[in-house]
Design a binder for this molecule. Sequence first.
Ligand code: GNR
Ligand code: NI
Length: 187
Amino acid sequence: MGTRLTALYARLTSPTMALHEIVKIPDKRLRLVSEPVKRIDAGIRKLVDDLFETMYAAPGIGLAAIQIGVPKRLFTMDLSKKEENHEPQVFINPEITWTSEEKATYEEGCLSIPEYYEEVERPSQVKVKYLDLEGKEHEIKAEGLLATCLQHEIDHINGVLFIDHISKLKRDRVIKKFTKAAKKVEA
Ligand code: GNR
Ligand code: NI
């Protein structure tokens, strides 16, 4: 277990969980189209544990498997406000089945593009079909932050980043900055 985790997360962690490094741009793995989960087995449950540990430690409100380098179609999410009231959610093989005509703009950030925030316009409401960790199918209608976060995470499993929804000028600028920073680390 990551020893830097606070006691607050203790009940959500187990000794087998592992804190992972988050994949950052310009890493090409973020452009992969992730593969569907075929069977929810012990490997998938361990992956979900690791996603939660890494997401809470970051901290972030969502984390797709590809962000820890695993190209499988699943992500974790927790939109709870208070640290002592966790609301962990897992979405496996999610599909957007409907989007509203109405749009909403939200300032987004991404753990794979640290400390960069920009307004993104997306459908304000979506319906999403997915499997939970027990393999049970659900379909939910979402709005607000949940709708934004679902679309952001489903983008990740299709190799899409929130900067793909902003102007090319802004996108090129942020990619250039992170590419330069990565080269400096290499050198
Ligand atoms: O922690 C996160 N916050 C956030 C804020 C606005 C819109 C989307 C997000 S998701 C992000 C974590 C992340 O990068 N998930 O992929
Ligand atoms: Ni993200």
